[in-house]
Design a protein around this ligand. Structure first.
Ligand code: NAD
Length: 344
């Protein structure tokens, strides 16, 4: 039998434990796996592009377990009442090849993306950061805000989106969270005076959500929405202005991240090297740091492993029969032959 966490179970688990608490724990899980990146099989994800979006498979293994995520990115979906990003994933046992867990990953991706932003911000942002500018108020937004509080203890959020209803939704959803949330009047208004800026917009184009004149000394940017060829958020001048640009898996980020706008020689730092102390992070309080996030398979692996450990033995998980497993391993036919005889 395979463990299964569907949307109802994931919703109940997150509502019971709390999104921020889970993001905090996931930060530890993601950080630990990133620190052991040499153990992992690393490949850029396999992407199938269409004019309106992308469908991707994101596989990795640490030699003991294997995981993959199926995920799409369709920025025009919300106009049709659909999510931009949906996902599900599988965790398997390498020794037998048998799947252990099948899980919904639309909610889990939002949690793990917030956790990854948190890991990067804890390594790169000023530790005294208090204010967050959130540019893009869609599905990822509230998770990103809670993740920045879990990572840095930020207490104030200024939120901007080209869709006023999305801003109102974030203000409403974060009401009662203890965060001071302000609806900004423009991207520049949101960013002014912020310690951390997270861009999580969706548009299948080379957009310029932020320009270099908005960037103040000491800021840390999490650029999470530019994650596909031809889909970026930052003015290239911001990358030139930055003192440090950190990436997940450089080979993938050069194709998919903000740095696709830059020459191949543009210097970047691997986040896992910063976490391991093998590369320097922020050197000075007034440095500008950027985490050019695209989402990497190891983060999904960490999330699936964490979910499995957290829900095993609870009613947040059920078992499903999706592996045909006859008692005689050579006699698969008996499974259907027996049924056929019964029906005869
Ligand atoms: P979403 O469609 O729910 O929300 C995106 C929001 O951006 C919308 O409210 C839209 O109005 C707004 N927007 C678009 N252009 C804008 C602009 N120029 N200025 C301000 N707001 C603008 O999408 P989502 O699920 O919240 O995802 C956000 C982005 O993050 C997507 O691009 C997605 O692909 C990406 N993403 C990245 C990772 C990662 O690991 N890096 C993980 C998940 C999602």
């Amino acid at each position: 039998m395979v463990q299964f966490v569907g949307v109802p179970q994931m919703r109940r688990w997150v509502s019971t434990v709390g999104a921020e608490s889970i993001i905090g724990s996931l930060m530890e899980a993601v950080r630990e796996d990133l620190q052991h990146w040499r153990r992992f099989d690393k490949t850029a994800r396999i992407a199938s592009h269409s004019p309106v979006g992308v469908i991707e498979l994101m596989p990795t293994s640490d030699g003991a377990q294997y995981a993959f995520k199926y995920v799409n990115g369709h920025p025009s979906n919300p106009a049709r009442g659909l999510q931009t990003v949906t996902a599900f994933g599988v965790l398997s046992d390498v020794a037998s090849g048998y799947p252990l867990l099948v899980s919904e990953m639309t909610i889990l991706t939002a949690l793990r993306t917030a956790a990854t932003s948190g890991v990067a911000a804890r390594a790169l942002a000023r530790p005294d950061s208090q204010t967050l500018a959130l540019i893009g108020a869609g599905s990822q937004a509230e998770f990103q805000a809670l993740g920045m509080r879990a990572a840095l203890g930020i207490d104030t959020v200024a939120v901007w989106d080209t869709d006023p209803a999305a801003i109102e939704k974030v203000v409403r959803n974060l009401h009662g969270s203890g965060l001071r949330v302000r609806a900004a009047t423009s991207a520049a208004d949101a960013v002014a005076g912020a310690d951390v800026v997270t861009t999580c917009t969706a548009d299948k184009t080379n957009a310029t959500v932020l320009t270099a004149d908005m960037i103040e000394p000491g800021m840390h940017l999490n650029a999470i929405g530019g994650d596909c060829p031809g889909k970026t958020e930052l003015d290239a001048a911001i990358l030139e202005r930055a003192d440090l640009v950190a990436v997940e898996f450089e080979e993938q980020t050069r194709i998919e991240g903000e740095i696709q706008q830059m020459p191949a020689s543009f210097p970047v730092t691997a986040l896992w090297d910063v976490l391991n102390g093998e590369a320097a992070g922020r050197a000075r309080a007034h440095d500008v740091t950027v985490f050019d996030s695209v989402g990497f398979a190891m983060e999904d692996f960490s999330a699936l492993k964490y979910v499995r450990a957290a829900v095993t033995g609870t009613d947040f998980v059920e078992e499903i029969d999706i592996v045909a497993d006859p008692s005689d391993p050579k006699d698969l036919f008996s499974l259907v032959a027996a049924d056929a005889r019964v029906g005869a």
